[in-house]
Design a protein around this ligand. Structure first.
Ligand SMILES: [Zn+2]
Length: 121
């Protein structure tokens, strides 16, 4: 009898703990100040980009990868946010997104941007 009650209590305790930890992790974020929120969003964004790179959706040409193609649909990701096609654009000798362009940029004597070749190929 006591054993049953104990097990039931234990179960309730575990379930309660799980629910509470879920609620409090949400509260954790809400209790952050705006700078800490920003830092958390940035680090989670970068994690998400890393995953998109690994799955092949994010074919960026700079490292660390650009973020603008992830955050918004634009002409450099075929208007599909969360993806990047800068690598393809460069292969087709077209302009990559401004972030990639800046990352790749080496200037010629007139100060114009030259697109550098990828170094790992
Ligand atoms: Zn890009």
């Amino acid at each position: 009898m006591f054993k049953k009650v104990f097990l039931l209590l234990l179960l309730a305790f575990i379930a309660g703990g799980l629910i509470f930890s879920q609620i409090s992790s949400k509260d954790d974020f809400e209790s952050l100040d705006s700078q800490a929120m920003y830092q958390k969003i940035i680090s989670e964004r970068d994690l998400a980009i890393q995953k998109a790179v690994e799955s092949g959706d994010y074919r960026c040409c700079i490292y660390p990868p650009c973020t603008m193609c992830y955050m918004e649909a634009n002409q450099w990701n075929n208007f599909k946010a969360g993806t990047c096609a800068c690598d393809q654009l460069i292969a087709q000798r077209k302009e990559p997104c401004p972030q990639c362009k800046k990352g790749l940029c080496s200037k010629d004597e007139n100060g114009a941007c030259l697109v550098k070749e990828k170094e790992d190929q």
